[in-house]
Design a protein around this ligand. Structure first.
Ligand code: NI
Length: 173
């Protein structure tokens, strides 16, 4: 297994729409393993392949408190959703920044495992929020896209300044 480099906003490569995975195999399993290792090392709850510069529809998650329940979803699709919830989100690709984002409260997801076995799951709570956030990544979308244009501009300026000065970009909006 290998830890992969995570792309960060405003890298344009995060804006690509990821393509469906067609074949199972060693390559897919290794990608999923490397993504999990990267996610655990960064203390993230979820990670989409596009964040490690692989434009394919693969995401990994672990929403357990014990960090012992790794999940991988290939070609995930939300087939139905219900309710509304607003929660504080962050993202490994937008470091040091969180914002409140509206999501569906419960979702039904169809996907494949890393072995390309079909699965259908109903998710709620953090798992539901996380998979919506990660599927957004696969469509080139970031959680900060839910912010107003003014707040997004402030965030971009703050991040550029942080990059110049080497100081963290923590910002409350
Ligand atoms: Ni993210």
């Amino acid at each position: 297994m290998a830890e992969l480099r995570v792309l960060t906003f405003p890298d344009r490569r995060l804006r690509r729409k990821a393509k469906p995975v067609a074949v199972a195999g060693e390559r897919l399993r290794r990608l999923a393993d490397d993504m999990l290792e990267t996610m655990y090392a960064s203390k993230g709850v979820g990670l989409a392949a596009i964040q490690v510069n692989v434009a394919e529809r693969v995401l990994v998650m672990d929403v357990s408190e014990e960090r012992d329940t790794p999940r991988c979803y290939v070609n995930p699709e939300i087939v139905s959703s219900e309710g509304e919830v607003v929660s504080e989100e962050g993202c490994l690709s937008v470091p040091e920044f969180t914002a409140e984002v509206p999501r569906a409260e419960r979702v039904k997801v169809r996907a494949y495992t890393a072995e390309m076995e079909p699965v259908e799951e109903e998710l709620e709570g953090l798992a539901s929020i996380c998979i919506q956030h990660e599927i957004d990544h696969l469509d080139g979308k970031l959680f900060i896209d839910y912010l107003s244009p003014l707040k997004r501009r402030m965030l971009r300026k703050r991040l550029e300044k942080a990059e110049r000065t080497g100081k963290p970009a923590a910002l409350q909006l």
